[in-house]
Ligand binder design. Structure first.
Ligand SMILES: *Cc1c(COP(=O)(O)O)cnc(C)c1O
Length: 230
């Protein structure tokens, strides 16, 4: 096996182990392979090994890879900051957008997507769970209002929440961060929103995220190795 196949296999083993120790089935957890900074060829290799969901942070980089990979049935997830001038590209090319952090961006995506015959764009609201200035995502207190507004937009289907906690080796802190996002998702459900997705966990912390209830993990380096600067 090549290194990408090995990486995928290792991540799947981690998912299975974490799910088992949390008394969950690993089939509840979607693995999104984050291919930013990786070549189209690397994506193709992972696809041939059975991987179907891929995540990208930059619309332009993604669009050129998609052109090379048009023969593959990939589900593409946009997980980066949403620039207003990229909303058309994002709405037209991706199946998921996990990084909705303001209503304006969601409205622009909706207007580009809601044309006849298109499946709705599956979206998550991204929450800045650590409160760091530099981090993407809306503030925690904005989640209920933003989620409710996004759920009303045509062309979009609100699926849940996504978050990236601060990089830390403090497991208790990470558990608290993941737990806070999970509590917010449960609050949305109590409010009557039909949401099922908790997108938490990356290469370093996917095990803890799964123990904390994550249903979708976004993993780059643990599959592909270090990325070249995009
Ligand atoms: C880059 C990125 C990832 C993947 O990070 P790794 O540490 O390489 O697994 C996951 N989520 C988001 C939002 C990212 O930007």
């Amino acid at each position: 096996m090549g290194t990408i196949e090995n990486g995928l296999q290792a991540v799947k083993s981690r998912v299975a182990r974490a799910a088992a120790s949390a008394g969950r089935s690993d089939r509840e957890i979607v693995l999104v392979a984050v291919s930013k900074g990786q070549s189209a060829r690397a994506v193709r290799t992972a696809y041939m090994a059975g991987q179907r969901d891929f995540g990208e942070n930059y619309a332009q980089e993604a669009a050129s890879k998609m052109a090379e990979l048009a023969d593959l049935a990939i589900t593409w997830h946009f997980i980066g900051p949403i620039q207003s001038n990229k909303t058309r590209t994002i709405a037209e090319r991706f199946q998921w957008v996990q990084s909705i952090d303001r209503l304006k961006a969601a409205e622009r995506l909706a207007s580009h997507r809601s044309g006849a015959g298109r499946a709705p764009l599956q979206v998550c609201v991204q929450v800045n769970v650590s409160g760091e200035q530099s981090k993407s995502g809306c503030r925690a207190e904005e989640v209920p209002g933003l989620a409710r507004a996004v759920a009303q937009l045509p062309g979009l289907r609100l699926r849940g929440l996504m978050a990236v906690p601060e990089a830390t080796s403090d497991e208790a802190l990470l558990r608290a961060r993941f737990g806070a996002v999970r509590a917010q998702l449960e609050a949305l459900r109590r409010d009557g929103l039909d949401v099922d997705t908790l997108s938490l966990g990356m290469s370093a912390d996917l095990d803890l995220a799964i123990e904390s209830g994550s249903t979708m993990i976004r993993v780059g380096t643990a599959i592909f190795g270090e990325r070249s600067k995009a």
